[in-house]
Design a protein around this ligand. Sequence first.
Ligand SMILES: Cc1cc2nc3c(=O)[nH]c(=O)nc-3n(C[C@H](O)[C@H](O)[C@H](O)COP(=O)(O)OP(=O)(O)OC[C@H]3O[C@@H](n4cnc5c(N)ncnc54)[C@H](O)[C@@H]3O)c2cc1C
Length: 169
Amino acid sequence: MLVAPSSTIDAKLFRQALGQFATGVTVVATLEREGQPRGLTVSSFCSVSLDPPLVLVCVDNRSEAHPAFLASKLFGVSVLAEEQEDVSRRFASLEADRNAFKFVRGPQGAPLVPGALAGIECALHAVYDGGDHRIYVGRVLSLEARPGRPLVYHASGYRRLTGEDRPIG
Ligand SMILES: Cc1cc2nc3c(=O)[nH]c(=O)nc-3n(C[C@H](O)[C@H](O)[C@H](O)COP(=O)(O)OP(=O)(O)OC[C@H]3O[C@@H](n4cnc5c(N)ncnc54)[C@H](O)[C@@H]3O)c2cc1C
């Protein structure tokens, strides 16, 4: 087992330890000034509050999507299904042509991925400094969900849920 004292956090060990926290995968998309959707793959998504309904996403400071998040004050979070690994790869690649992707629009106009397990439209509620990321808190405006198996990300790789679909216990 690798152990690091808290004063010297090694980047590799940080990734290794945090990578043990399995997550779903989302595409978070906002709107450029011209109305063109601007999306990226995000696993740092979580619910924050039920009343008021708030969620958060963390976006790398190097992303060029920040002006669009701040100007449009609207974003959509699409929770990807297990068969949407290609969508995740596309929105995680700096080379892929993301502009050709056909988003659908939620009731409030936010870009959502068709066929996703859940679509969550958010109004920008707050922005916080998160070190080398920026934390966007969104107030949920609309929700849609369908049953299905999620795409899972764990230990730097895409995973699938296996076994019975019943919750354990
Ligand atoms: C499963 C998974 C989960 C992810 N979760 C997150 C997440 O929670 N938050 C998040 O911010 N990213 C996350 N990423 C990475 C993100 O999807 C990609 O970095 C994506 O290409 C960023 O798109 P963008 O539109 O923000 O970048 P662009 O605006 O197109 O990038 C502009 C420039 O910024 C630099 N840059 C931007 N982001 C990165 C980066 N991550 N690494 C290196 N250089 C970069 C590059 O130099 C690039 O040329 C995840 C990727 C995967 C596969």
